[in-house]
Design a protein around this ligand. Structure first.
Ligand SMILES: [Fe+2]
Length: 307
């Protein structure tokens, strides 16, 4: 995340092998994106001590939290579920963001949870992140929720475009149109995941030019890039390995058009180390910096980080 409003920072999404990656190959990092829910165990609504810190993860991330600015990337909100928003979860998120001076909080446009009274935590995972229909009903559902999220967390709220293996056809509006309208009516911004768009183009023929042409790119505060793999005939957003050339090219084309872009974050799954090794994952940061600079984007002078 850039500390200078006119420049763009490059960072990593934390996972358990990030310290080992930085130990093997120190990298120029501007920020650390963190999934706060990976740092605690949730005992469910109404529990006397609902959120318990996972000590081992807290110890491994602490040196990085001390040195780098942090952005929060949530995974547990399920903003589109039929059940009410989980206010206790949002207050816990707000407290964590306050503790680490987090400038914004992002989540995913979609849903993955359904109510289940028999479950200890009151809900059940659908097994796969599912898309929301891009229509008036979804707009009406999400607008008050986003306002509530922004009020409780007290900071900008970014919605990330989904990767959909079960697309909904014949929708009232496109996804970029929905994101634009949510911004207009509820004040949300956008985390644009370019690998998710690439997955959609490979599997479902999404026209990337149409998508970024329709989205108000002034809403984009953060960009995600990642790698993927083929599985059972589909190209998946598995976060495995390095960023494909096509996604780097997309970054070069889109980033200069995002006037309020502050951060580009590389996401990789910890299992990628087995496929590509430690150093290439750290070196991806330098490659992304080079792509942005070559595209005319002013990149932040970063902190050399080793573990
Ligand atoms: Fe992402």
């Amino acid at each position: 995340m850039s500390r200078d409003a006119s420049t763009v920072g490059v960072g990593l999404l934390f996972n358990p092998v990030v310290p080992a990656v930085l130990d093997a190959c120190p990298a120029d990092l501007d920020h650390l994106a963190v999934i706060p829910e990976a740092l605690w165990v949730d005992d469910g609504p109404g529990s006397p001590r609902r959120f318990a810190e996972i000590t081992q993860t807290a110890l491994s991330i602490a040196p990085l939290l001390d040195r780098l600015p942090v952005v929060a990337h949530g995974i547990s909100l399920s903003i589109g579920s039929a059940m009410p928003l989980d206010d206790e979860h949002l207050h816990q998120m707000a407290a964590w963001c306050d503790q680490h001076a987090v400038p914004w909080y992002s989540e995913h446009l979609g849903f993955f949870a359904v109510a289940d009274a028999a479950s200890r935590v009151g809900r059940r995972h659908t097994g796969l992140g599912l898309p929301l229909a891009c229509d008036r009903e979804t707009l009406d559902l999400l607008v008050p929720r986003i306002r509530r999220i922004r009020r409780i967390t007290g900071r900008p709220f970014l919605l990330e475009n989904g990767v959909n293996y079960t697309p909904i056809v014949d929708q009232e509006m496109s996804e970029p149109a929905l994101l634009n309208r949510l911004a207009t009516h509820a004040g949300s911004e956008v985390l644009l995941d370019l690998h998710n768009l690439y997955v959609e183009s490979v599997n479902h023929g999404l026209d990337l030019d149409d998508y970024v042409g329709e989205l108000d790119l002034g809403l984009v505060r953060e960009i995600h890039v990642a790698g993927g793999m083929r599985l059972a005939g589909m190209y998946t957003d598995s976060h495995s390995g390095l960023v494909p050339d096509a996604v780097r090219q997309l970054l070069a084309a889109v980033a200069p058009r995002c006037a309020n872009l502050a951060a580009v974050t590389f996401e990789f799954h910890e299992s990628s180390v087995l496929a590509v090794g430690l150093a290439p994952l750290a070196e991806e940061i330098d490659r992304l910096r080079a792509v942005l600079r070559a595209a005319g984007v002013r990149v932040t002078e970063a902190i050399r980080v080793a573990c």
